[in-house]
Ligand binder design. Structure first.
Ligand code: FES
Length: 91
């Protein structure tokens, strides 16, 4: 069974999703903060973020990009947006 928690926060334009998460005490895994490890993935559910940067294009697969996945440490807020943290399934 799935249990979904949603939390609305305020985030400044130009800040990354990771910065907004930290400003609002939302815990996220983000070991490198440089777009290199791919562990801070979020999925855009509504709204949009700044265009993908070079690191995101390198780190994310075409399928992930088509699915709205972004790197929280790279993706900047440009307006109202809803994202969910992408959790890796345990094998
Ligand atoms: S924290 Fe490593 S890619 Fe974002």
């Amino acid at each position: 069974m799935k249990v979904t928690f949603k939390q609305e926060t305020e985030g400044e334009k130009g800040k990354t999703i990771l910065e907004v998460a930290r400003d609002n005490q939302i815990k996220m895994k983000a070991p490198c903060e440089k777009g290199k490890c791919g562990k801070c993935k979020v999925r855009v559910l509504a709204g949009e973020l700044a265009v993908l940067n070079k690191e995101e294009k390198k780190e994310l697969s075409k399928k992930e990009i088509a699915d709205g996945v972004r790197l929280a440490c790279m993706a900047e807020v440009i307006g109202d947006v809803t994202v969910e943290i992408v959790k890796k399934k345990k094998k």
